[in-house]
Unconditional design. Structure first.
Length: 162
């Protein structure tokens, strides 16, 4: 299982780097904040994986990526009303993020099936859930930024309406 943890650490490290670069290149303030917020989740994932790798017990704080993103959207309502058109590069960054999250979900599902220790199983289950939420966040963001008109954030339509 050590190998799966090592690979997961590399994946999370790569994600942290990518989301920082994507945020730096994104002019749309909502997209920029989205990448930075998910990056913080990935940093937390990296820390949890590192602790498990060291053989330590992990006390995962109860963090909800969806709740964090809702807070981002609520705090940036005025920016969202401006409907700044995303560039092709920005949309491509969201496409890459979607692919990365999908690969992460699939990897953690495989790691879960091979996990022997309860603490590793619990961690992989949590990572699957959070990466699935990240995927949803990026899919919704892509839809919003590409202005398809089909954008709905979770169950709450009022986030951008005021």
């Amino acid at each position: 299982m050590t190998n799966a943890i090592e690979i997961a650490i590399k994946m999370e490290t790569d994600a942290i780097r990518f989301y920082k670069e994507a945020a730096d290149k994104t002019k749309n303030p909502v997209g920029k904040k989205m990448f930075l917020t998910v990056r913080e989740d990935e940093k937390r994932h990296l820390n949890m994986l590192t602790q498990i790798f060291k053989g330590l017990d992990v006390k995962a704080s109860d963090v909800s990526p969806m709740k964090n993103i809702k807070t981002v959207f609520e705090s940036m309502k005025n920016e969202m009303v401006k409907k700044i058109q995303a560039t092709t590069d920005e949309l491509e960054a969201f496409n890459i993020a979607l692919q990365m999250e999908k690969e992460g979900i699939n990897f953690y599902k495989r790691a879960l099936s091979g996990a022997k220790k309860d603490k590793e199983k619990a961690l992989f289950e949590r990572l699957i859930k959070e990466e699935e939420q990240h995927y949803s966040i990026f899919a919704n963001s892509y839809s919003f930024l590409s202005d398809t008109g089909n954008w709905f954030m979770w169950e709450e339509h009022s986030i951008v309406e005021g």
